[in-house]
Design a protein around this ligand. Structure first.
Ligand SMILES: *Cc1c(COP(=O)(O)O)cnc(C)c1O
Length: 373
């Protein structure tokens, strides 16, 4: 390799309106570039404590165990499953899109038995089917479902499913990667037990971190496991020695600067207020919907089950998926999402997440789509 072959990487300035990452708030980008300090520095530990407190606000919980896992949303998912599922455990998993399928995979890799409750892609999870599965499987220990299914844009009624689970003596594992800060999510009021999320969707932080919150019921199950958690890194018992209590023991080196970014994203959320953030996502969704109507573009998910922050639209007959997205990206620097899994080539996913959920983006996306189509 010759000297000087490589130069610094300067990415283009895109507008991110896909399923994540969303546009990162410039305040977060600035926070990332602040000086790196030691991960056991008293100043850093003080910041970790603030992070936990602000995450509790975002999740609407008083759970002591509320921390960001040092890895993306998928690792938050894995953390929930490896800690709560023991070999032989029966887990009811709701599947209405790509992320439900990944939950099944997680259960099986933990040596558990997944009982699958299927719903059509583009629809919410049906509580009646879940209740039937709970009834038919009295040995089931856990109910797992995705609150906001990013592959289709469907919102599931988490409160109702959690109430059903507890009625049948099951704990809940809930994916809130896309719902956190975008739609109402009330961990304590709805009694969700093990909840994980991500930073790159409605928090508009960079990808690579996964806030999780576990209540007493979940922690009791973890502490009474018969077998060791098979993942050393994600074992909550070990992780908490680092994040919890007065004395912090080295577990791994926290991603210092990304955590500055998350801290800043949560400060921004606390300034705006959670309710206002939910309302803003909804307002921008309605504006987008009105514009899509004018263009004759149709949303996939029926009205009451629609996510404001992820709008799946049917690709019109006679229109080719990839060339449209390529043109949006090349000419307009605009990224929208393709269909995932079985909906590849059939739909586009327009994200209105976090900092991206603003009028300028909505108008820009609509006019770019209009021109390209
Ligand atoms: C994005 C997403 C994930 C995975 O998060 P990564 O940060 O990509 O690992 C998990 N579940 C849902 C519902 C998501 O939208």
């Amino acid at each position: 390799m010759s000297a000087g072959k490589f130069q610094s990487f300067h990415p283009p300035q895109r507008t991110l309106m896909g399923p994540g990452p969303s546009d990162v708030n410039p305040r977060v980008l600035e926070a990332l570039s602040r000086p790196t300090i030691g991960h056991l520095d008293p100043m850093f530990i003080k910041m970790m404590d603030e992070l936990k407190e602000m995450l509790r606000y975002a999740f609407q919980t008083r759970n002591e165990v509320t921390i960001p896992i040092s890895a993306p949303g998928s690792a938050g998912m894995e953390t929930a499953f490896v800690n709560l599922v023991e070999p032989g455990d029966k887990v009811i998993v709701c599947c209405n899109g790509v992320f439900g399928k990944r939950m099944v995979e997680n259960v099986q890799r933990c040596g558990g038995e997944a009982i699958i409750v299927e719903d059509p892609w583009g629809r919410a999870v049906d509580p009646a089917k879940v209740e039937a599965a709970l009834k038919a499987n009295p040995q089931a220990k856990i109910l797992a479902f995705v609150h906001a299914e990013t592959s289709t844009g469907a919102l599931t009624d988490a409160a109702t499913l959690a109430a059903l689970a507890h009625q049948y003596d099951c704990l809940t594992i809930v994916d809130t990667v896309t719902s956190l800060a975008g739609v109402p999510l009330k961990v304590d009021e709805w009694q969700l037990d093990a909840v994980y999320s991500g930073t790159q969707k409605c928090l508009s932080c960079i990808p690579g971190l996964s806030p999780v919150t576990f209540n007493e019921r979940a922690m009791t199950k973890i502490k009474n496991r018969k077998t060791k958690v098979q993942s050393w890194f994600m074992d909550m018992n070990l992780m908490l020695g680092y994040w919890d209590g007065g004395k912090r023991a080295y577990h791994h080196t926290a991603p210092i600067n990304p955590l500055y970014g998350l801290h800043e994203a949560l400060v921004i959320l606390s300034e705006e207020g959670l309710e206002n953030s939910w309302a803003r996502h909804r307002t921008q969704h309605l504006a987008l919907k009105a514009g899509l109507d004018e263009l004759g573009l149709e949303l996939v998910v029926p009205e009451p089950e629609r996510l404001p922050q992820l709008n799946a639209i049917r690709i019109p007959a006679g229109v080719d998926d990839a060339p449209v997205r390529k043109k949006l990206l090349d000419v307009y620097n605009l990224e929208i999402g393709a269909g995932l899994g079985e909906s590849a080539g059939k739909l586009w996913r327009i994200g209105l997440m976090g900092y991206s959920a603003n009028s300028r983006n909505v108008l820009y996306c609509l006019s770019a789509l209009k021109t390209v189509l």
